[in-house]
Design a binder for this molecule. Structure first.
Ligand SMILES: Nc1ncnc2c1ncn2[C@@H]1O[C@H](COP(=O)(O)OP(=O)(O)O)[C@@H](O)[C@H]1O
Ligand SMILES: [Mg+2]
Length: 254
C-alpha cells in the first residue's frame, strides 16, 4: 500500500482547473520530487494533501484512508507536516522555541488539558525541549538554539522550518521550495539534511523545487506538472531526457 496516493485529484477555482486528474503514489521511504513551471499546481497539491483545500473530485489517500478535506489542524495528527514556500516562523521566538511550538502540535491533547504547571506538563515540556534540541542539531542549528529566528540567515530559517516540521514526528514531510534563495553552499547543506531525515529518521519526503540540479541529485522519483496536468513521471534520468518536460519546463537538457 502506498503511503500517499493522489487518486484522480482535480481542483477548480472558479473557471480555472489548477490541478487536473493527477495520479501518483508515494511509497514509504521515498524521496519524491514535484516539479514544473510557476503556476503548474504544485503548491495547490500540497494544499490539498494538508487539507487547506478539498479536491473538487478525486481523493487524497494516506495509509489507505481518504484524508481529502481533513482540516489543516488535524493533519499533523494524521502524520503529515509541511514547510511553506514563504517562510512562516514565529520571528520573535528563538529557534528552540519555534521547534517546541511544532512539537506542542503533536502533544496538544496532553499538554493543554488540565493545568499547565502540573508535574506531568513540566515533565513533558522538559522532554520536548530535549527532543527539540536534538532536532536543531539534525539541521545543524544547535549553536543557534537561543537566536531570535528573525535574526537568522535565510538558509538557517529554512532549515529551522524543517526542524519544526520534524517536531510533530510526521511520517510524511512536505517541503515547498526548500532551496529557494539559498547559495550553493547552503543548498549542499540542505541536501545532506534532507538525506539524513530520510535515511536516519526514516521519513518519507515530498518536495517541490525549481533548482533542477538539486532535485536531480536528491530525488529518486519525480512527477512533473504543467498547467495542472501531469506530463511525466519517473526517475531523474527519464525526466531529464523526456521531450515533453524539456519543452514545457527545462528548456534544455540538464
Ligand atoms: N485559492 C486560489 N484561488 C484561485 N486560484 C488559485 C488559488 N490557489 C492557487 N490558484 C491558482 O492555481 C494555479 C496553480 O498555483 P500553484 O499551485 O500555487 O502553482 P505552483 O506550481 O507555482 O506552486 C495558479 O494559476 C494559481 O493562480
Ligand atoms: Mg508554489
Amino acid at each position: 500500500m502506498a503511503l500517499l496516493r493522489m487518486e484522480d485529484v482535480t481542483i477548480k477555482f472558479g473557471g480555472l482547473t489548477a490541478v487536473n486528474q493527477v495520479n501518483f503514489d508515494i511509497e514509504k521511504g521515498d524521496l519524491f520530487g514535484l516539479i514544473g513551471p510557476n503556476g503548474a499546481g504544485k503548491t495547490t497539491c500540497f494544499n490539498m494533501i494538508t487539507g487547506v483545500y478539498t479536491p473538487t473530485s478525486g481523493k487524497v489517500i494516506f495509509e489507505g484512508n481518504d484524508i481529502s478535506g481533513t482540516p489543516p489542524n488535524k493533519i499533523a495528527q494524521v502524520g503529515i507536516c509541511r514547510t511553506f514556500q514563504n517562510i512562516r516562523l514565529f520571528g520573535a521566538l528563538s529557534a528552540l522555541e519555534n521547534v517546541m511550538v511544532g512539537a506542542y502540535l503533536r502533544h496538544q491533547t496532553s499538554l493543554f488539558s488540565g493545568f499547565m504547571l502540573s508535574p506531568r506538563a513540566i515533565r513533558e515540556t522538559a522532554e520536548l525541549r530535549k527532543k527539540s534540541m536534538e532536532l536543531l542539531s539534525v539541521v545543524n542549528l544547535a549553536d543557534e538554539a537561543s537566536s531570535r529566528s528573525s535574526d537568522m540567515s535565510y538558509g538557517k530559517q529554512r532549515r529551522l522550518e524543517i526542524a519544526r516540521a520534524m517536531a510533530t514526528d510526521p511520517k510524511l514531510i512536505l517541503l515547498d521550495e526548500p532551496a529557494a534563495g539559498m547559495n550553493p553552499q547552503e543548498k549542499d547543506e540542505l541536501r545532506a539534511v534532507v538525506h539524513r531525515i530520510r535515511d536516519e529518521f526514516e521519513k518519507t519526503v515530498l518536495l517541490i523545487e525549481h533548482d533542477m540540479k538539486f532535485v536531480m541529485n536528491l530525488c529518486e522519483k519525480i512527477v512533473v506538472l504543467d498547467h495542472g496536468e501531469e506530463i511525466a513521471a519517473g526517475g531523474p534520468d527519464e525526466i531529464r531526457s523526456n521531450p515533453k518536460v524539456i519543452e514545457a519546463y527545462l528548456g534544455e537538457p540538464v
